[in-house]
Design a protein. Structure first.
Length: 283
């Protein structure tokens, strides 16, 4: 099927990054969030991030202008109805995601593919609450979306082959690489990455190392571009905790127990860069 128009729910870190890469690849994008303020901030962020690419000579000023013109915004979810592909990139909470799909269902077209950018929640379960589990998939981008090459494609138990092929083609058109993952808690990337981050928090909690020494050890000792605690702040500590809880509940193994220090930081509202405080202080 020919996908031309894309509806994106959520103008946060992930939703704006996804809108950015789709618009640059020539898709018409309709970006949705609950307030004009969130949409205004989202558009300003996309503008700044494409400008970074213009200043590095990776994108021309004309292509930037064309991409920005391809992005429209709306606070009204039903206006996403006519799009060919919908990507939900809202908060990592199952009830929020389910409510969004429920609200969308009466308005979308029969051919519309529904996807979620969830980093851990069961695709099969999300799909089962819709009228089209065969046209439902996990479509998981990595942060920062304009830079990271990978997109995880996750089939639910009922996803059909044309839907998988259509999304695989979209990933190619975006200039990215698809990795196919089965629908088990946290898929591939976060199944491996989050326990590492959680272990880094335990390493801090047990006093084995300081924030600085833990991050430096992994950067200089294992060639990671960011230390695990810096990366946790970048992803958001609430998201890290939500993913650990999905792993712990879904796989019923104590090795996935979220570190109590991670829980405490989230309870304090220290969520990382987005709140200006996490393992580091950004104020
Ligand atoms: N938009 C456009 N370009 C961006 C950008 C953005 N949002 N963020 C960074 N860039 C560009 C920069 O302009 C720069 O471009 P050049 O190479 O042309 O100079 C390049 O990316 C590198 O950025 P910086 O020089 O600013 O900084 P850096 O070298 O420290 O790299 C980083 C930053 C790319 C984020 C790097 O630190 C990195 O790769 N970190 C690890 C990120 C990671 O692991 N992401 C996955 C998280 S897990 C996830 O997303 C899944 C989940 O579900 C939680």
């Amino acid at each position: 099927m020919d996908i031309k128009t894309v509806g994106i729910v959520g103008a946060g870190q992930m939703g704006t990054g996804i809108a950015h890469v789709f618009a640059l690849a020539g898709y018409d994008v309709l970006l949705n969030d609950i307030s004009e303020d969130a949409l205004g901030k989202g558009i300003a962020l996309i503008d700044r991030n494409i400008e970074r690419q213009v200043s590095k000579g990776k994108v021309s000023a004309e292509d930037k202008a064309a991409a920005m013109a391809r992005i429209r915004t709306t606070t009204k979810l039903p206006e996403l109805g006519p799009t060919d592909l919908i990507i939900e990139a809202a908060t990592e909470r199952e009830t929020v995601k389910q409510a969004i799909f429920e609200d969308l269902l009466p308005h979308i077209q029969p051919h519309t593919i529904l996807t979620s950018n969830t980093s851990s929640i069961s695709i099969t379960r999300l799909a089962s609450r819709t009228d089209r589990p065969e046209k439902f998939m996990g479509f998981h981008f990595m942060n920062p979306v304009p830079v990271m090459q990978l997109v995880e494609l996750i089939r639910g138990i009922a996803t059909d082959e044309p839907t998988y092929t259509a999304l695989h083609d979209v990933v190619k058109k975006l200039g990215k690489t698809a990795a196919s993952a089965e629908d088990f808690p946290a898929f591939i990337v976060n199944r491996i990455l989050m326990p590492m981050i959680n272990e880094a928090v335990y390493t801090l909690y047990e006093g084995v190392g300081s924030v600085k020494s833990i991050d430096e050890s992994l950067k200089l000792g294992a060639n990671h571009p960011m230390g695990p605690l810096e990366l946790a702040d970048f992803i958001g500590l609430d998201t890290c905790l939500a993913i650990m809880n999905v792993l712990h509940d879904g796989l019923a193994d104590t090795k996935y127990r979220p570190c109590p220090l991670l829980t405490k930081y989230v309870e304090a509202g220290w969520l990382g860069r987005k709140t200006d405080r996490g393992f580091y202080d950004y104020r």
